[in-house]
Design a protein around this ligand. Sequence first.
Ligand SMILES: Nc1ncnc2c1ncn2[C@@H]1O[C@H](COP(=O)(O)OP(=O)(O)O)[C@@H](O)[C@H]1O
Ligand SMILES: [Mg+2]
Length: 286
Amino acid sequence: MSTVTQDDTTVRSTAAPEPVMTGRGLVKRYGHVTAINGADFDLYPGEVLAIVGDNGAGKSSLIKALTGAVTPDEGTITLDGKEVRFHSPLEARREGIETVYQTLAVAPALDIASNLFLGREQRREGLLGRLRLLDKKKMRTAARDELNSLGIATIQDITQPVETLSGGQRQAVAVARAAMFGSKVVIMDEPTAALGVRETAQVLELIRRISGRGLPVVLISHDMPAVFEVSDRIHVHRLGRRAGVVDPKQVSMSDVVSFITGAEQIPANADITNVAPRSTGHGGAS
Ligand SMILES: Nc1ncnc2c1ncn2[C@@H]1O[C@H](COP(=O)(O)OP(=O)(O)O)[C@@H](O)[C@H]1O
Ligand SMILES: [Mg+2]
């Protein structure tokens, strides 16, 4: 459709991908607090988009608006070019949008396979299924396959209760679950906040693998080294809206910190808000 941006010196190649998901002019007020204040958002196929910003900048609120956890007062959201309006997280999940929160939605007493299929249990075929008997074998096989394909090697026993796993392993289960059922978008809100160095590295590796499959990942994080290691583009969120988008290969961590605090404006020549990522996904990196 639009091959030329407002600035007609920037001609996008006709092969430039259309965004998978967009938000335009989103607003959400809580009484006197405006948590989202005219925010825009663009997510391209297969990219890892980091969202960074100060506490209270409205990052989580933006994600909630995109995933049906809150309904914005104003603005529009599109998925695959069509306007969507989610009234609950379930509606967003049905459209292929999976979210991993910092506070994990896992059931500690259940085993790994049951956690992966939580809310989506597979029934046995035929009469046994109609009697609501679960197909545990099928779920365990699928769970094992998913963990293997994501390279989660540290979990050996799929029948282990999740409460016996380390924090990083639990987070891996939550991420695997999102990767398994998220067909369009995987969103992670501070997934490494409670993790150690090694566990964080594992979650970053999972993010790479998921985007390597062509599934875009949104990563909200305060961890600058992690953001610079794994993201294709960095969306800077400030005062309830997107201040701009920068390329981690073109700006430094201290630049980004200045953009977050507002100590510096994002220079026009560093702002890639209207530029689709050149190559998406991390298929080459492994
Ligand atoms: N349910 C709510 N009720 C009232 N205020 C809220 C609610 N959720 C978020 N806020 C406020 O909106 C602002 C943005 O919060 P949040 O989206 O959590 O920011 P971030 O994730 O960037 O730290 C904050 O001022 C916060 O206190
Ligand atoms: Mg938050």
